[in-house]
Every structure is written in C-alpha cells, then in structure tokens.
Design a protein around this ligand. Sequence first.
Ligand SMILES: Nc1ncnc2c1ncn2[C@@H]1O[C@H](COP(=O)(O)OP(=O)(O)O)[C@@H](O)[C@H]1O
Length: 188
Amino acid sequence: MTLTEINEKLVEMLPERRMQHSLNVANCAVKLCDIYDCDKEKAYIAGITHDCAKYLNNDQVDYYVKKYNINLDEYEMNNLALSHSIIGSYIAQYEFKINDIEIIDAIRYHTTGKENMSLLEKIIYMADLIEESRNFPNVDLLRNLSYSGKLDEALLISFDNTIKFVIGNKQLIHPRTVSARNYIMRNL
Ligand SMILES: Nc1ncnc2c1ncn2[C@@H]1O[C@H](COP(=O)(O)OP(=O)(O)O)[C@@H](O)[C@H]1O
C-alpha cells in the first residue's frame, strides 16, 4: 500500500485523537532520527502505524488471530493493552503490505520493549511516550534526555515507570519489559 492508502485505512480504524497521536509519534520519531542517525522513512511508517490494532473489538481480535495464526502469550491473551502491538505488527505486514522487518518489529515491541532493542525499536518506543500531546509527570525529563543523545537513559526511566505503574495497578508485568530494563541497565 502507498502511504496515502495506509493513512486512509488508519483513519477508518482509529478515533481522531489516536490518529493525531499516531501522526505525532511519526513526526517525533523522524526528529529523533536526526539525532540518532536512523532511517526517517521507516520511522515515519512505524510511527503512524504502531497503534493500528489499538481499537479492535473482540471479534476483530479473534478474526486476525485466526487469520494469521497469531501466537499470543499468557499476558497478551485477552489483554488488548498488550496484544495490540503484536496483532498490529501482523496487520501492518499482511494488510498494509509493509515488508520491512525492522518496521514490523518496532510495531511489535512498542508497548513492552524487549531485550537488546534495535535503534528503530527504541525510537518508536520513546516517541510513543514523548510526542507533543503526551502529558504526565516527568515527560519533560524524558523529552530532554531523548533529544540530547541520551536515548538509553530515557528508556531505562520509562521501563522503570511502566513497571512501577503496572505494580501500582496490581497487574501482571510482562517479562519482556523486565528483560528490556535489565538489558539496558547492564549495558548503559
Ligand atoms: N510490561 C507490562 N506488563 C503489563 N502491562 C503493561 C506492560 N507494559 C505496558 N503495559 C500496559 O500497556 C499500557 C500502555 O500501553 P500503550 O500502548 O503504551 O498505551 P497508550 O499508548 O494508550 O499509553 C500500560 O498502561 C499498561 O497497562
């Protein structure tokens, strides 16, 4: 699909606010590419599509899981907050026909992160959190770090925030975020 066609699909799949967030993530990711020397076109495409599965209903989730034989783990099963990244990566690959594995993986891991993330995965993870409409305590610290060459520092704080947030909500923590956090900490 062309970028225009992907945009048209996304407008159908996402409410206006989430579409605006997706555009903001794409633009933020492109800005980060200037700092970290990453491919801007890939960053834009990953940014705009990253949340494509965020508003699927249960029937649509079942449909895509069956259609693409998607293997959701015990944390992702019945949890769209986690599964939308995985399902979204299949929609991007097979419905939007995005063939670039780096883009697909950036979509796939944008919610939990993972051990040993690629530069594009890191950029999309952080852009999702710091794009201009985001507003939470410490977002400016994360922006300052991300825009001043300290992407890994920003990621470490973000993983810590997520882990604390999930614990505060008395939810299960996906172990990929723990691995992501420990990996960054060991290699900082
Ligand atoms: N490691 C994790 N374990 C469990 N839940 C997680 C984990 N990481 C993220 N989440 C859940 O996913 C949500 C964030 O998903 P995200 O796609 O970033 O949403 P949004 O873009 O709306 O902020 C968190 O609010 C949390 O509930």
